[in-house]
Design a protein around this ligand. Structure first.
Ligand SMILES: *Cc1c(COP(=O)(O)O)cnc(C)c1O
Length: 220
């Protein structure tokens, strides 16, 4: 296994190369280092190597790991990339700097209320169930206009769309579709691409790539 700093360098080089091929600027692409399941000791070397944006998929796990890391390293950004229960909206708004997984009216309402209460605006992505998979989070494509209208009416700060394409098949058509949906709704952000496919996502307009195992090694 390579050192964490080496893995970070490799991922950054892959991002830079994909951006160059797509004639985009690498600075337009935010690398979200998804540290779920990994302990603070595994995260610290990446912080030391200059990584500033991290992602977690569970509120409780993030609450256990991040307050100490953030205190030790001011200027970190923490993103929630996993599903969120409405009853954890207050906790999520207190802890995270960006939420990638807003996918239903009840969560829009809960987050808007939590942000009002906390006096803190947390940028959000609407997650789209881009492959229309039964078990997967994300709003159906047909429901996206209504959900966005509700989010806008609630003044939720929506900055883009997020997707996780179906496993095991070519992701490019799904990334292209998410890019089109975002453009149709005048949203600048596209959170798409993971360890196995972030170059493809960058070709197709990703602004945020969520990379876990390519940085931390395989999860148990
Ligand atoms: C775990 C996770 C990732 C990172 O996946 P890797 O394949 O390890 O890069 C990205 N997005 C979401 C929503 C995740 O849950």
């Amino acid at each position: 296994m390579e050192q964490p700093e080496t893995l970070l360098e490799m991922v950054r080089a892959r991002i830079a190369h994909a951006a160059a091929v797509a004639r985009r600027k690498a600075e337009e692409i935010t690398l979200v280092a998804v540290s779920k399941t990994h302990a603070a000791e595994a995260i610290a070397p990446l912080i030391a190597a200059g990584q500033r944006v991290f992602g977690e998929n569970r509120v409780q796990e993030a609450q256990a790991k991040w307050p100490a890391l953030r205190e030790a390293h001011p200027g970190l950004e923490l993103h929630l990339v996993g599903q969120l229960q409405s009853n954890k909206a207050d906790d999520a708004v207190a802890l995270f700097d960006c939420i990638h997984s807003v996918d239903r009216p009840s969560l829009v309402a809960a987050l808007a209320k939590a942000m009002d209460k906390a006096g803190r605006q947390v940028p959000c992505f609407i997650q789209v169930n881009i492959g229309a998979e039964e078990q997967k989070g994300g709003c159906a494509i047909a429901e996206l206009p209504t959900l966005l209208a509700e989010a806008r009416a609630a003044t939720l700060p929506v900055i883009g769309l997020m997707c996780v394409p179906p496993a095991g098949i070519e992701p490019a058509p799904f990334f292209a579709l998410l890019d089109k949906l975002a453009a149709d709704h005048d949203l600048p952000g596209r959170s798409m691409g993971m360890s196995d496919d972030f170059e493809t996502a960058i070709q197709l307009g990703a602004t945020h790539v969520r990379v876990g195992s390519a940085l931390f090694g395989a999860r148990d």
